[in-house]
Design a protein around this ligand. Structure first.
Ligand SMILES: Cc1cc2nc3c(=O)[nH]c(=O)nc-3n(C[C@H](O)[C@H](O)[C@H](O)COP(=O)(O)OP(=O)(O)OC[C@H]3O[C@@H](n4cnc5c(N)ncnc54)[C@H](O)[C@@H]3O)c2cc1C
Length: 498
């Protein structure tokens, strides 16, 4: 491709609308602009950019309600960018694999308030880490119908059977297994580990699994946004209809602006290409309404069969920390099925199996830039239920949980609670995607396929769920935005004969 003035001029006449202003939409727009496409518009439904990247002011520093860590080192383009802009503290601890080794510094407590010896925690988790690796990205086979839940259960039974542990140790190990399952549910953003296919397709980049970004993840987004003129961005502009065949498909279609976008405000915007980057959860609930002509039935089925769950972050802040420098966090290990917190709040929401919602918390741990705040994670059904609870009830429940598990720490009541509610947001609907046990072998290809075809891409799809190996992450979303932009550029080049 020769990049002469005419070529750039021609490309400049092309227009691309990007639906959704998360990191996928932003990376697509940036890549198009950098490559000579001038008429790029990001239409974002909410009143801010970033989507599932949301850094807010906590009581004692920045906190991230969504993405917080860069997963992987030098191979990860966002890591490279963060390093270049001095957003990484090179002295921070590194964690490999799934990152659960970063919890070894935490205290694992049983519900009766006793601490579990570190060797047992390490022994069980190291074994389960190897199962995690088995369940992730080992084979490129999405047609495997063993769930991650079954794989973990089967391997853990083999593990217990291969040892001669005392009854007491077996109970503790079962409790640690239950903790790890809660952690896996949160990490996979699913409701149940029995919904997640094993082996999945996720592949780690080399390097640390948890790298925090100075001043929150928003700093990474701000770097990308520097290259996008403000006139290319419109927030508070929900797209209600995408007509991707408005003037018929023909070979010299460029310039005929065959896509028509309708917004909630009743505006019509015409363009040559549309890149849809809305979350999979939004797509699952809106495919019928959003597209004209309707998406092909195979694509709709692939969208509906894909996995998209939820994950809730709960930040508790104290006026002064009750912990010392060596403290890293408290993890909750339930060894009894029946036990509950001592003083129950008035209304307790229960899961399908009758357990109270709060049993799905993993625990609470310290944050890098926030000296008096602890972060707790709650995934699965409990996380979903928590989103409809009042803030006061969540704060009270977390306080009672912490006091029950770690009575020796004399924990005072937190002064503030902040939490994410991704599932309740109309334009998000949950946390991130996972490979579902219900998916069929060609579903990923169907999901990501541009329409009407790869050779003639008018309607393109990007976003974390469209990444084969890095779904669920910011870098997967970022890379998918670039891939979609490249398809537009290739196609435009071909049609403009550049
Ligand atoms: C709690 C939580 C923790 C996470 N932690 C990490 C982490 O530590 N590291 C990591 O790498 N990833 C993490 N992730 C995942 C990461 O945040 C996402 O994978 C990534 O941000 C997704 O980017 P995206 O552009 O694909 O989608 P989004 O960021 O969701 O952007 C899509 C945008 O589309 C907009 N939209 C939807 N419908 C319409 C419409 N009709 N019209 C116009 N706009 C519309 C939405 O408002 C949204 O802004 C986390 C996510 C969550 C929820």
């Amino acid at each position: 491709m020769t990049e002469g003035a005419d070529a750039i001029g021609n490309k400049g006449s092309l227009s691309v609308v990007i639906v959704g202003g998360g990191i996928a939409g932003i990376s697509a727009a940036r890549h198009l602009i950098k490559n000579g496409i001038q008429q790029v518009k990001i239409l974002e439904a909410m009143n801010r950019l970033g989507g599932r990247i949301l850094t807010v002011n906590g009581e004692a520093g920045k906190i991230d309600f969504g993405a917080q860590y860069i997963h992987g080192g030098d191979e990860n383009p966002l890591y490279q960018m963060a390093v270049k802009h001095d957003l990484i503290d090179r002295s921070s601890k590194t964690t490999k694999g799934s990152g659960t080794s970063s919890f070894y510094g935490n205290e694992f407590y049983k519900e009766n308030g006793s601490r579990i010896p570190k060797e047992i925690v390490r022994d069980v988790n190291e074994f389960l880490e190897s199962v995690h690796e088995e369940c992730n990205g080992i084979e490129e086979n999405t047609n495997c119908h063993e769930s991650m839940g079954h794989c973990f259960e089967r391997r853990f039974e083999e593990y217990l059977g291969s040892r001669d542990d005392t009854e007491e140790d077996v109970d503790i190990k079962k409790g640690l297994f239950d903790w790890r399952i809660r952690w896996e549910i949160h990490d996979n953003g699913c409701r149940s580990l029995f919904d997640v296919a094993s082996p999945a397709r996720y592949q780690n980049y080399n390097g640390s699994y948890f790298t925090e970004v100075k001043n929150g993840f928003q700093s990474v987004l701000s770097i990308l946004l520097r290259d996008i003129p403000s006139e290319c961005i419109r927030t508070e502009t929900p797209v209600t209809k995408i007509d991707w065949e408005s003037s018929g498909i023909c070979n010299d279609r460029i310039g005929s602006k065959q896509c028509m976008i309708e917004t909630k405000h009743g505006e019509y915007i015409y363009c040559d290409y549309v890149i849809v980057t809305v979350p999979l959860g939004f797509l699952q609930s809106n495919t019928e309404k959003l597209f004209q002509p309707p998406l092909p039935s195979r694509k709709k089925a692939a969208i509906l069969r894909s996995g998209f769950g939820n994950l809730v972050k709960v930040f508790l802040t104290w006026t002064t920390p009750f912990w010392d420098k060596s403290f890293e966090g408290i993890q909750f290990v339930w060894t009894s099925n029946k036990d509950v917190i001592d003083k129950q709040p008035a209304s307790i929401l229960t899961k399908k199996n009758g357990d109270p919602w709060y049993r799905d918390f993993d625990g609470f741990h310290v944050l890098r830039d926030n000296p008096s705040t602890l972060l707790g994670w709650i995934g699965g059904e409990g996380g979903c239920l928590s989103e409809c609870l009042a803030e006061g009830e969540i704060l009270e429940t977390c306080y009672l949980l912490l006091k029950k598990f770690a009575p020796d720490m004399n924990i005072p009541k937190p002064c503030k609670m902040q939490r994410s509610q991704w599932q309740s947001l109309e334009y998000i609907r949950g946390s991130y995607s996972y490979v579902s046990i219900y998916s069929e072998p060609n579903d990923f290809e169907e999901l990501t396929k541009p329409l009407p075809s790869k050779q003639n891409p008018v309607l393109l799809f990007a976003g974390e769920a469209m990444s084969y190996h890095h779904y669920s992450t910011t870098h997967g979303a970022y890379e998918s935005g670039i891939d979609a932009a490249n398809l537009v550029l290739q196609n435009a080049t071909q049609f403009l004969n550049i």
